[in-house]
Design a protein around this ligand. Structure first.
Ligand SMILES: [Zn+2]
Length: 284
């Protein structure tokens, strides 16, 4: 939501209206994508603000957190990053490690190591096929290197698969889907020497996912993530987990409203669709 384009009184009106929508309880997965150098401070401030009322947990502890959601009175957050931009390594170094926040990074393997024009071209064609990425100086969309990703693993962060080429999975053949999903996890495992049990669908909508890729993902991974808004417990299955996407520079009150699920009502239709296609009776 590019709310910064609207006048201040508009912010005040929305802020007031959102207060009448009850906050949701439950574990919340947060998603971030590209964050440029002018947005790093915003993210550090957001994390500090959320830490006052929430506990960031390591995704490695998710099963315990699901079994004991009321262990503490503070709700749990899990931080995730999609697409493996080099700026995310900067975030780990400058924001996460000093705050002892362990995040989950989803890596499209063909993007790893790309710099300059090839990184920009990949970004335009594979991450933003229908929109233009924000103009940045050359190098602004560089990818992490394998050494960056290995350093994240050493720092205690978790790596998840995000296909090889970041395609819209519902648009490609069964063989291509299988290759994109299974090969990406195999490449990550051989490069990093760790088990890959988490997967995020490119684009993350019900339409971009499709039932075929969902069924292949179920066979290969323990957990899989969408980009549909909602709390973890409302997700239709552990292979289509809802996440709350955060847009850099969003005001803190809006970030809080998103984290508290106050915007989820806008996604009721998407939830119905997700339940129809991906419902699993055995969630955990
Ligand atoms: Zn992505």
């Amino acid at each position: 939501m590019g709310l910064h384009r609207y006048p201040k009184f508009f912010h005040a009106a929305i802020r007031l209206a959102l207060k009448f929508i009850p906050a949701k309880r439950g574990i919340v997965f947060l998603t971030l994508h590209h964050i440029d150098s002018s947005e790093v401070e915003w993210l550090c401030d957001v994390l500090d603000d959320l830490k006052r009322s929430h506990d960031f947990i390591d995704v490695k502890d998710i099963e315990d957190a699901v079994r004991m959601p009321n262990r503490g009175s503070r709700p749990y957050l899990v931080l995730t990053f999609d697409d493996a931009f080099a700026c995310q390594k900067v975030i780990a170094d400058e924001c996460l490690n000093s705050r002892n926040i362990k995040a989950l990074f989803f890596v499209p393997t063909a993007f790893v190591g790309l710099v300059g024009r090839s990184a920009l071209n990949f970004t335009k064609t594979s991450f933003y096929p229908n929109t233009q990425p924000k103009p940045l100086p050359m190098g602004g969309y560089d990818a992490m290197t394998w050494n960056d990703i290995r350093a994240l693993v050493t720092q205690g962060h978790t790596i998840g698969a995000h296909t090889v080429n970041h395609p819209k999975l519902s648009n490609i053949s069964e063989k291509e889907i299988w290759d994109e999903i299974v090969n990406s996890a195999n490449i990550l495992e051989s490069e990093l020497g760790v088990n890959i049990t988490h997967f995020a669908y490119p684009f993350g909508s019900v339409e971009a996912t499709g039932q075929l890729s969902h069924s292949i993902v179920k066979k290969r991974f323990k957990w899989a993530y969408s980009n549909v808004r909602g709390v973890f417990q409302d997700s239709p299955s552990k292979h289509f987990i809802y996440r709350q996407n955060l847009v850099p520079k969003s005001p803190l009150w809006l970030v809080r409203a998103i984290v508290e699920g106050r915007l989820d009502f806008l996604y009721r239709k998407k939830h119905t669709l997700a339940k129809y296609f991906f419902h699993s009776r055995k969630f955990f």
